[in-house]
Ligand binder design. Structure first.
Ligand SMILES: Nc1ncnc2c1ncn2[C@@H]1O[C@H](COP(=O)(O)OP(=O)(O)OP(=O)(O)O)[C@@H](O)[C@H]1O
Length: 245
């Protein structure tokens, strides 16, 4: 059975119903792309799954413990101006399981070093977050979720403002996490990333959800044979008006 299931779920932002009657399961050990036009409710659904936004009706069943759930918000939503280094950020990934005030064990420093090496940010370990590029910051944030050993990972547009080397590393790490059994849900906005990353798709439109496959979405856009060298191809999804007000 899936670790993350939606049962006739409706979610609202204030007085506005954004999503209505969503049901279905996110497959474990797989990457589900969450797609839809601007305002379709992708971030709203992520907030619901993260327990930040209570359901208006229906249920979200998630049996991943809270300390193994991780969320990478949109970069614009992050304030990384506080004085913290890359290594310190990665180490905070151990807080949900171990607590913030217990200090770190040598094995955790070793684990953080391995994580930073895997993400190619070892040389940045003492660099303050405020001095990182978008791509470096995104690698550090994914490093924190690796440190957390997240079993449910939600990412909101992780490839926005990120260089192509970072995209390649993020895709490889996410694939490895899924292969090890994690449930991954990622908000995507372009077809190249959809083709390279997604195993299945939840399309939000008109306040409702449709489960589909990357192949079906690509065919609907008249795209065949996308490769990793393909240029940015935006998803063209128009029918997105919220279901009711
Ligand atoms: N805090 C809020 N208060 C009121 N309305 C909101 C709030 N956040 C989002 N909304 C509204 O809810 C609807 C869904 O927004 P949401 O951010 O979930 O869409 P999205 O699919 O993530 O869009 P985008 O692709 O632009 O990020 C939109 O109509 C938006 O204006």
């Amino acid at each position: 059975m899936s670790h993350l299931r939606l049962d006739n779920l409706s979610l609202a932002q204030g007085a506005r119903t954004v999503l209505e009657g969503l049901s279905g399961s996110f497959p474990d050990g797989a990457i589900t792309a969450l797609i839809g036009a601007n305002g379709a409710g992708k971030s709203t659904l992520i907030q619901g799954i993260m327990d930040i936004l209570p359901p208006l009706a229906g249920r979200i069943d998630c049996d991943v413990p809270k300390e193994r759930r991780a969320w990478l918000p949109q970069q614009l939503a992050l304030d990384l101006s506080f004085p913290m280094s890359v290594e310190e950020l990665v180490m905070t990934g151990s807080w949900p399981t171990r607590g913030a005030l217990k200090g770190y064990r040598p094995s955790q420093y070793r684990q953080a070093r391995d994580v930073m090496q895997r993400l190619g940010i070892t040389q940045l370990s003492h660099r303050p977050l405020g001095e990182l590029s978008g791509g470096q910051r995104q690698r550090a944030l994914l490093g924190r979720t690796l440190m957390q050993e997240a079993e449910l990972l939600l990412l909101d547009e992780p490839f926005a403002n990120v260089d192509s080397d970072t995209v390649n590393i993020l895709i490889q790490v996410l694939r490895d996490m899924a292969d090890q059994g994690s449930t991954i849900v990622v908000v995507l906005h372009d077809l190249e990333h959809l083709a390279r990353l997604a195993d299945c798709v939840l399309l939000l439109a008109g306040g409702h959800g449709q489960w589909t496959t990357p192949q079906e979405v690509l065919e609907r856009h008249g795209v065949t044979g996308l490769t990793s060298q393909a240029p940015f191809v935006p998803l063209n999804l128009s029918d997105s008006s919220p279901c009711s007000t």
